[in-house]
Design a protein around this ligand. Structure first.
Ligand code: ATP
Ligand code: MG
Length: 426
C-alpha cells in the first residue's frame, strides 16, 4: 500500500469543507478590499529564491525541495509566494502598464522541514502583496486586511507584533551592532549561529534554539539604527493603525526580524497560543528593494502570508468547528429495479439542471438501505420509484422531516418539488 510522503497530507472531504469555508471567507474579504487573485506555477527556477530570500537563510540552505529537471535545469517547488509574484509582475510588464497592484493568492508551498504539529512539508498559505507604493497607509491596510481575515474565520486570540528593520543602510548598521554584541558570546551560540555571525548576523535573532534565544534577549536593548526616513515611516504606520477599528491587537517588538532577507522597513508576525512552539499563524512586511533587485523599477511593496493549517488549529480552539460549505441534499432518489432506475436517472438529471441538489444510489441496494442512505445524507426529500410507480408514470415523494408522503405524476414533478422545497424549513 502506498502512503503520502512524510509531512504531506491529504485533505479528505470532511476537512475540505472547512478549508473551503476558510478560503471562501478570506476571498470575500480580499474582494472587499479590492485585491485580485494571482496564480503562479508551483515549480520555479531555483535561482529566483536564492537571490530573493537570501543564500544564508534556513529556507534556502536547508528547506527547499530542489532538483534538476529533464533539461538539467535547477528547479524548486516554491517555498513561498512573494518572489514568484514579483517575477510574474515584472514578466507581464505590469510595472509599465499599471504599477500599483493589489494581489492575493492561495496555494501550496513546500519546505523540507521536520514535520510536527503545525509544521508540514507541503503546507498552504493565504497571502496578499501590494506592489507599487511606499505609503505607510498601505502597511496599515495590509495589517488590517490580515486581521479582518482572522476575525472573519473566527480566530480571536491572536497577537500582532510589529517592528521596523530599516532600509538597506539601516540593516547594515543593525548587522554591525549585532556582530559587536555577539562577538564575545560566540562560544555559547550554536554552530549555525556561529556561521550566521559573519554572513548574516540578523538571522541569529531568528534562531529557535533555547540557548541562543536567551543570549539574543539583550542584543537590541538600546540599538538605534533607523535613519530619519525609516523612523518617520514607522510612526506613519502606527498613526494609520490608530485609525483602524478599536481592538486591532498590535504591539511593538524589536526582535521580529523575519527569516527572509528581502524584508526591509515594516515587519510583523501574528502569533496564537493554540499553536505551541510553532506559534506563528502568519507574518509579513515590506520588501522595498526586491522589485528593483529583480530587474524592475525602484518601487515599494508590502505583503503577508497566513498558514492555512495553523489557521485551522487556531480557529478550532477559538470558535469550535467552522461550519462546512457542502449544501445538504435536497432530493435523494431511491429506486427499485433496473427499469425504474433508468427513468430515475432522467429525473435526477432534470433536477440537477434545475439547480436542485440531488443524488441517487446506483447499486440496486434494498429500499431499506437506500432510505438509510437518505437519512445519513440528511436529505430533505426522498423520491421513491419502483415498477408500480413507473407503470403509472408517477413517483412517491417523502418529506424526511415529518415522514409525510405524496404521489406526484411525472409531468408535474419538478414544479411540485420546487414548491415543496420553498416551504421546507429545517
Ligand atoms: P516559522 O517560524 O514557524 O518557521 P516562518 O517564519 O518560516 O514560520 P513564513 O515564511 O513567514 O513562516 O510563512 C508564513 C506562515 O506560513 C507562517 O506564519 C506559518 O503559519 C506558515 N508556515 C510556514 N512554514 C510552515 C510549515 N512548514 N508548515 C506549516 N505552516 C507553515
Ligand atoms: Mg520557517
Amino acid at each position: 500500500m502506498h502512503r503520502a510522503l512524510r509531512g504531506m497530507k491529504d485533505s479528505l472531504p470532511n476537512d475540505s469543507t472547512l478549508w473551503q469555508s476558510l478560503e471562501g471567507s478570506a476571498i470575500d474579504i480580499f474582494h472587499k478590499y479590492g485585491y485580485r487573485e494571482i496564480r503562479t506555477p508551483i515549480l520555479e527556477e531555483k535561482d529566483l529564491f536564492v537571490k530573493s530570500i537570501g543564500g544564508e537563510t534556513d529556507i534556502v540552505t536547508k528547506e527547499m525541495f530542489s532538483f534538476l529537471d529533464r533539461g538539467e535545469r535547477d528547479v524548486v517547488l516554491r517555498p513561498e509566494g512573494t518572489a514568484p509574484i514579483v517575477r510574474a509582475y515584472l514578466e507581464a510588464n505590469l510595472h509599465k502598464i499599471e504599477p500599483f497592484q493589489k494581489f492575493y493568492y492561495i496555494g501550496p508551498m513546500f519546505r523540507a522541514e521536520r514535520p510536527q504539529a503545525g509544521r508540514l512539508r507541503q503546507f498552504h498559505q493565504i497571502g496578499a502583496e501590494v506592489i507599487g507604493s511606499h505609503s505607510p497607509a498601505v502597511d496599515a491596510e495590509i495589517i488590517l486586511l490580515l486581521s479582518s481575515i482572522l476575525d472573519k474565520t473566527g480566530i480571536r486570540d491572536y497577537k500582532i507584533k510589529l517592528n521596523n528593520l530599516g532600509c538597506h543602510n539601516d540593516k547594515i548598521r543593525l548587522s554591525k551592532i549585532l556582530k559587536e554584541y555577539f562577538l564575545d558570546k560566540k562560544s555559547i551560540l550554536c554552530e549555525d549561529c556561529n556561521n550566521r555571525m559573519d554572513k548574516n548576523p540578523m538571522r541569529i535573532l531568528d534562531c529557535k534554539k533555547d540557548g541562543c534565544r536567551n543570549i539574543t534577549k539583550g542584543a537590541l536593548k538600546s540599538a538605534d539604527f533607523l535613519c530619519d526616513g525609516c523612523k518617520n515611516h514607522f510612526s506613519g504606520v502606527k498613526e494609520y493603525l490608530k485609525k483602524t477599528p478599536a481592538g486591532i491587537k498590535c504591539s511593538e517588538d524589536p526582535y521580529i526580524v523575519r527569516g527572509l532577507d528581502y524584508y526591509t522597513s515594516t515587519v510583523f508576525e501574528v502569533s496564537h497560543p493554540a499553536l505551541g512552539a510553532q506559534d506563528a499563524v502568519g507574518a509579513g512586511g515590506r520588501y522595498d528593494n526586491l522589485v528593483k533587485d529583480m530587474g524592475g523599477p525602484s518601487i515599494g511593496a508590502v505583503g503577508f502570508a497566513l498558514g492555512i493549517e495553523r489557521m485551522l488549529i487556531a480557529s478550532a480552539k477559538d470558535c469550535g468547528v467552522l461550519t462546512g460549505l457542502y449544501p445538504p441534499i435536497e432530493v435523494y432518489i431511491a429506486t427499485i429495479g433496473e427499469a425504474s432506475r433508468k427513468e430515475a436517472f432522467r429525473i435526477l438529471n432534470e433536477l440537477r439542471s434545475e439547480g436542485i441538489v440531488s443524488d441517487i444510489n446506483y447499486e440496486g441496494a434494498s429500499l431499506k438501505s437506500q432510505m438509510r442512505d437518505a437519512n445519513k445524507l440528511k436529505a430533505r426529500f426522498t423520491l421513491i420509484m419502483g415498477d408500480d410507480e413507473l407503470g403509472k408514470s408517477e413517483v412517491v415523494l417523502k418529506n424526511m422531516r415529518n415522514t409525510e408522503q405524496h404521489t406526484i405524476p411525472f409531468d408535474n414533478l419538478i414544479a411540485k418539488i420546487k414548491e415543496k422545497l420553498k416551504t421546507y424549513s429545517l
